[in-house]
Design a protein around this ligand. Sequence first.
Ligand SMILES: [Zn+2]
Length: 182
Amino acid sequence: MFNPADKSRNVSLKVDTFTRMLTDIYTDLRKKEKERGASMSTVRGRVKKSFFRSGLICGEAFGKELVEEIWKGGEDISTQEKLDKWCKFDSDVGFGNFSSNDIKIDSKKHVTSGKIILKNNFLASRRKHNVPHLCDFMVGYVNGVLKKVLDANVVVTHKAKDCIQGKPDKKKECDFYFRRVE
Ligand SMILES: [Zn+2]
């Protein structure tokens, strides 16, 4: 199937199939790290890092394509519009519902910080607390896209309290806080 928005070939998978694949990779990485004798916290940190890195690579590639190919440089589009367009694009492909909030802009019109909200995040929604948390992939993805869209280095944080996983009645969205770094 083709996505008419960017004319790229897409594949449609059930969310359960995709999260099962990632969960299996997560479990396997954790097992290998444990076999090497790493402590639990080291194991967790390394797996988180791997997920973050793979999300970052995907986010940077997509962000680059958005800016260079879809927006043709994007010089005539305001930063808020760019964020809105990206959020709409990725909401339309089933990640959940993306939006941005609390965007702070300095006197040079640079975005300095803000929040990306993902309602019904497909990586965390309906997942129990005691199964692997896959959101580090999304942290990396958001980081990678923002890096290209804002043309700046950013740090993204997503703490346990900001995550929907394991609390379906209390929380409806994953919140990703970001800030620009030099
Ligand atoms: Zn989350």
